[in-house]
Design a protein around this ligand. Structure first.
Ligand code: TYD
Ligand code: ZN
Length: 419
């Protein structure tokens, strides 16, 4: 339980002075979202008084154009109590099965290929490879309880953080990797240098590194500011990834768009030195969108501020009419949105969520009670704000009855609106 601390302590945060990719000191802050509690830390009532908030400031690097956080909350604090398992999310399981299928085809993988998944969680992705007859697999997972789950389930998993040192040891033990995967891990890494050098060393000569990361272009275009939080240290463009991999003698050979987390990219990297048309095209697109200009980010910050005012006004006008409003889906994004916009129990009766661990607890910061979804069906509100907007379509389909009976949903981003 490293998360609940005395109020005036600020231990557990280190401040980086230089860019995570290019080590330039020319870092410019454009957005201040904090102080902000950890958005995944759902509290019991007795923990309210000792809740800690951390800085959540976003910076732009003038040299390599990388967008990033510089205040690093200790991974020990963030990941010690890790409850999220991939296998419990049906959409992620489907997504990973497709990822396995696509990479096997695209890379023409041989059945005896060594396939390594970094941040392998409960082994859901590697299970897809096992099921397709690829038996030479290895997971690397830092959370002890989750690594154990995977091993118990027949997915060979090493319980450790991935870095250069560990990579060399793994290579010694298992040989070179033909495929290394990193989905939803790359943006969490502070020491990218050690991570990338580790991957480079571990990969076989013709091996490929495949990552999936949320795409900065979507974040900016769709004003997805609530996907910015302490766990996500880097917000990648193709431009900044290209800079990073080139620095260590690797190249991006292909990029695909994927749907998860409000728009992500799947990036294929290897040890060759090639130019890819897809990469050039995407960098052109990014330049057209002015992702390399600081003004773009100042404008983004202004729009975030406007969103806050619009959403608060909308909710207030509904409250003034005596409407009941609730939150739908206690996502981490929801925590950021509600804390930044200062929306609490004066506005929302509760937040409904299907996750047993969250039910009966309170959301970070604003302390809105989390209730099971049954509550939403038993006494439906007049309006429900969709806090898990990445699943908006699925939610509106599922809650057909609510809508038929006159209930309305509110979408908070990119522009607060009743749908
Ligand atoms: P998630 O997609 O993991 O987003 P984040 O990374 O921002 O936390 O969170 C979605 C949350 O919404 C999760 O707690 C489950 C919940 N949820 C529901 O309660 N009902 C639903 O129908 C859906 C789709 C999600
Ligand atoms: Zn930089």
């Amino acid at each position: 339980m490293g998360l609940v601390k005395e109020r005036n302590e600020m231990e557990g945060v280190t401040k980086r002075r230089v860019c995570r990719v290019c080590e330039s000191k020319k870092m410019h802050r454009f957005l201040v979202l904090g102080p902000m509690p950890l958005p995944n830390y759902f509290l019991k009532k007795e923990q309210f008084s000792s809740e800690v908030s951390y800085p959540l400031d976003v910076y732009f690097c003038e040299n390599c154009h990388m967008v990033q956080l510089l205040d690093i909350v200790s991974p020990k604090i963030m990941f010690e109590e890790y409850y999220y398992t991939t296998g419990s999310s049906a959409p992620m399981t489907v997504h990973f099965n497709e990822l396995a299928e696509d990479t096997i085809k695209k890379l023409n993988l041989k059945k005896n290929a060594l396939i390594v998944d970094i941040g392998s969680n409960d082994g859901t992705l590697l299970k897809s490879f096992l099921q397709k007859g690829f038996k030479n697999i290895l997971g690397v997972e830092p959370a002890k309880n989750i690594a154990k789950l995977a091993n118990d389930d027949g997915v060979r998993t090493e319980n450790e953080f991935f870095n250069n040192e560990n990579a060399l040891r793994l290579k010694e033990k298992y040989g070179s990797a033909d495929l290394i995967l990193g989905t939803n891990v790359f943006a969490h890494v502070d020491d990218l240098k050690s991570f990338v050098i580790g991957v480079k060393e571990f990969l076989s000569e013709k091996g490929t590194f495949v990552i999936e990361v949320p795409y900065l272009l979507h974040l900016i275009k769709n004003l997805e500011f609530d996907t910015i939080y302490h766990e996500h240290l880097s917000y990648f463009s193709i431009q900044s990834l290209d800079y990073l991999f080139k620095k260590y003698g690797m190249s991006i050979v292909d990029v695909e768009n994927v749907k998860s987390h409000g728009g992500s990219i799947r990036v294929f990297v290897n040890n060759t030195d090639v130019k890819s048309e897809a990469v050039e095209r995407m960098i052109d697109e990014e330049n057209k969108m002015e992702l390399n200009s600081f003004d773009t980010y100042l404008k983004f910050a202004e729009e975030v501020q406007n969103l806050k005012e619009t959403l608060r006004k909308l909710l207030k006008s509904l409250k003034d009419k005596g409407m009941h409003i609730t939150g739908y889906g206690a996502s981490a994004k929801g925590s950021i949105l509600l804390n930044y916009c200062k929306i609490g129990t004066e506005t929302l009766d509760y937040i409904s969520d299907t996750t047993p661990f969250k039910q009966g607890r309170y959301n970070p910061g604003m302390h809105i009670p989390i209730v099971p979804e049954e509550e939403f069906h038993k006494s439906p509100p007049d309006y429900a704000i969709i806090l898990a907007w990445n699943y908006a379509d699925a939610i509106m389909k599922k809650e057909e009855n609510f809508i038929k009976n006159g209930g309305k949903f509110i979408m908070p981003v990119p522009k607060p609106r009743i749908v």
